[in-house]
Design a protein around this ligand. Structure first.
Ligand code: UGA
Length: 468
């Protein structure tokens, strides 16, 4: 099937590459000249595992091409997907970009084609969409077309796999009187064996929003549970394991730590709370989700501050900048707030991330942050180490060697990802979110009361370090 995908960001480019992998004939439309040239030369403009290979293979095979001429591409396509940005940097809906994009292509879509909006849109806009498209068609003297929604549920880092093997496909009908939109989308997704749900457009859009809000809620729940685990001297992963066999609960997305970042969950929680409140509907659960999430970031900085006995003048190594591993995306990454908080406390913050693009961006975004190009440079002379992103290369660091590089053996594991036993063995005071604080064996020999206190209190941990 000939298809066009307008907007070659994370969502659009994965859709274009994945569709080409299914054998469709795909035109990706990108108006940003620099990005277009990169794509036409076979380069992925961001890091997403498997995507660069798809682009290279299908560009060479001729089933994928990139252009800035959306009108020409849409004119010869059965399905025209729209995947342009809909949120501005100040966390507000921006529908101007998508309206302008639609005005440019909708008049050119063939009468037997369909428009498919894949961007995440505000519910009000979804409700207005069919009438807006109809008016664009009328003004151009053309027949009405099917107007469909097809929200995406892919995650950065595994987006290609999520696209090719989705757990469900949601189709939303904005306007499809002859059933053409549903029929074409079913043909487009012919390779998918999981359920294809056909909903009203508004239900489809809210199922996308609902999914993200629920995932954010799970994470904040896990973080509150972790605080309880620290209070009672318990291990949050064990606790979650004990809960997860109940199919009503499940075990995924209950990883405690510094909370959620990225371009989706934080914005969608914040915007939902704000928009619903403005319309007179309070959302206390989501407000708490947001509060817990921001508190995790400050708690991480405070933990370091307390462990080193005041961060001012101390050197802190931050391991990881991206909002999660396997991406170079820094949008709403916890690292940025954490680095700013520590710098405001007077610390010298030295950060490293395996993704060069993230390193360069962080230097621009966080004033005063020192970004280094290898992990050893970050760790050398550190008074405290903070794990911010659980990249495999950090998880597998040889901690007994790292112990000789740092000035003081203090580590705060913001992702509960490190081997606490190995760290304690290497002489580190280990602090986490829901796994308690652990101190090395030499301190264990101290009077039982002090050791028991040290397990619960970072302050005692600090005194023990000072005693060393
Ligand atoms: C999220 C959703 O997971 C996707 O289903 C959705 O399609 C996408 O948003 C979107 O709306 O486009 P993404 O932002 O790529 O995907 O990343 P997630 O895997 O959801 O992770 C978000 C954040 O939560 C990361 O910072 C991650 O470290 C954190 N997280 C995740 C936790 O703190 N704990 C967990 O248990 C899981």
């Amino acid at each position: 099937m000939k298809i066009t995908v307008l907007g070659q960001g994370y969502v659009g480019l994965v859709t274009a590459g994945g569709a080409a992998a299914w054998g469709h004939e795909v035109t990706g439309v990108e108006v940003n000249r620099e990005r277009l040239l990169a794509l036409q030369s076979g380069f992925a403009p961001f890091h997403e595992p498997g995507l660069a290979d798809l682009i290279e293979e299908h560009l060479a095979g001729g089933t994928l091409r990139f252009t800035d001429d959306g009108a020409e591409a849409a004119a010869s396509s059965k399905l025209t997907f729209v995947a342009v940005g809909t949120i501005d940097p100040s966390q507000r809906w921006d529908t101007q970009t998508i309206r302008a994009a639609l005005a440019g292509i909708v008049p050119h879509i063939p009468d037997d084609g369909a428009l498919v909006v894949r961007s995440t849109c505000p519910p009000e806009f979804v409700a207005q969409l069919p009438a807006f498209v109809d008016s664009l068609r009328e003004q151009a003297g053309r027949h009405a077309i099917a107007v469909m929604l097809n929200p995406e549920f892919t995650k950065e880092g595994t987006a290609v796999r999520d696209f090719l093997q989705p757990d469900r496909v949601v189709l939303g009908i904005g306007s499809d009187p002859r059933g053409r939109g549903v029929a074409l989308l079913r043909e487009f997704y012919a390779h998918v064996t999981t359920p294809v749900l056909v909903l009203d457009a508004i239900d489809a859009s809210l199922s996308k929003l609902g999914a993200n809000l629920f995932l954010a809620t799970k994470i904040s729940f896990a973080n509150e549970l972790a605080a309880l685990c620290d209070l009672y001297g318990s291990q949050v992963e064990r606790v979650v394991e004990g809960m997860a066999y109940d199919p009503r609960i499940g075990g995924s997305f209950l990883q405690a730590g510094i909370g959620f970042g990225g371009s989706c969950l934080p914005d969608q929680v914040t915007m939902t709370v704000r928009d619903a409140t403005a319309r007179g509907q309070d959302t206390p659960l989501l407000a708490a989700v947001e509060l817990i999430n921001s508190r995790q970031r400050s708690a991480f900085a405070d933990r370091i501050d307390s462990l080193v006995g005041g961060a001012a003048g101390q050197r802190v190594a931050l391991l990881g900048l991206t909002f999660k591993p396997n991406t170079d995306d820094l949008r709403a990454a916890p690292s940025l707030d954490i680095a700013r908080a520590l710098i405001a406390m007077g610390a010298t913050v030295v950060a490293y991330d395996p993704m060069e693009a993230a390193r360069r961006r962080a230097e621009i975004e966080v004033e005063g942050l020192i970004v280094v190009d290898d992990v050893i440079a970050a760790l050398t002379g550190a008074d405290a180490v903070g794990l911010v992103t659980e990249w495999p290369e950090f998880v597998s660091l040889p901690w007994s060697s790292v112990a000789r590089l740092v000035a003081r053996r203090i580590i705060v594991d913001g992702r509960n990802a490190l081997n606490a036993d190995a760290l304690v063995e290497a002489g580190f005071i280990y602090s986490s979110f829901g796994r308690g604080n652990r101190v090395p064996a030499e301190f264990e020999a101290r009077p039982a009361a002090a050791v028991a206190a040290a397990r619960r209190s970072t302050q005692v941990g600090l005194e023990l370090v000072a005693g060393e």
